[in-house]
Write a protein that binds this ligand. Structure first.
Ligand SMILES: [Zn+2]
Length: 265
């Protein structure tokens, strides 16, 4: 995944998606927006103490950079669950989406920019270039333990006829195992979902583990039938990359949100 830009918006773009040329997608950085510290500057998350005027301005900057209107940039009220919003009709009523409590969006509608806002949690993107279906998912430890990545793939298969072998997946920048120590309740939540904890968590002390959220989601995509070559990741840790990304844990909650987004053309 390489950092690139659309106008002044800098973002990481998964190359395997870009190759098909049927969608715009990526993971935004924190720069070139209008918000002031500690939300500087491209804060795209509405659930912060940043001014809503600035957040709306930032959302407009991103929408315009990709040739759409801010009204068509769809995000939801994320609650660390696994429910998904499906947008499968032209000209939907955009005004009520933001209030919906869910953690992922799936659509087959061109021109609708779907996004998830994160600052440590993993943003996940899916694209089926054959059936032209896209998804954006929010995967923190709760969502990952709840298997939101697998649920996103299942929704594409059951609702839109996608074949897992033809789906492309990208795991965007999240907090890395270098900076993400978790405790027993987190491990228990993963174990309850039948996950093989040892494949992406390493013990770091008594009752403490370093969790690789990105890798846990890669495993879920593989288990769902997506080939390894169709999964793109990044080694960037948002907590280590202070100049480029927001990190909730690093900044003790006083920070903005970057976005994973995708829009079918
Ligand atoms: Zn780190």
């Amino acid at each position: 995944m390489e950092m690139t830009n659309a106008g002044k918006v800098h973002y990481l773009e998964p190359a395997i998606f870009a190759r098909h040329g049927i969608s715009a997608q990526g993971f935004t950085s924190r720069n070139e927006g209008v918000s002031r510290p500690p939300y500087n500057s491209l804060n795209l998350g509405g659930n912060t103490l940043d001014s809503s005027h600035n957040v709306q301005g930032n959302r407009s900057i991103v929408a315009r950079a990709f040739g759409t209107r801010v009204e068509k940039l769809v995000t939801v009220t994320q609650v660390h669950g696994t429910d998904l919003l499906v947008i499968d009709t032209p000209n939907p009523d955009y005004s009520h989406f933001l209030k919906l409590e869910c953690d992922g969006i799936v659509t087959n509608q061109p021109g609708v920019m779907i996004g998830v806002c994160v600052a440590d949690c993993a943003p996940l993107l899916l694209l089926d270039p054959v059936n032209r279906v896209a998804a954006a998912l929010h995967a923190g430890w709760k969502g990952t333990a709840g298997r939101i990545a697998a649920k996103g793939v299942e929704a594409m298969v059951t609702l839109f006829g996608s074949e897992p072998a033809g789906i492309l997946a990208a795991v965007g920048p999240a907090i890395g195992p270098c900076c993400y120590e978790v405790d027993g309740p987190v491990r228990d939540a993963f174990s309850k979902g039948g996950a093989s904890w040892g494949e992406y968590a390493t013990e770091s002390g008594a009752g403490k583990w370093r969790l690789d959220l990105a890798l846990a989601n890669v495993h879920q995509f593989l288990d769902a039938g997506i080939p390894r070559d169709n999964i793109e990741t990044t080694d960037l840790c948002v907590s280590c990359q202070r100049d480029t990304f927001f990190s909730h844990r690093r900044d003790r909650g006083e920070t903005g949100r970057q976005m994973g987004f995708i829009m079918l053309r």
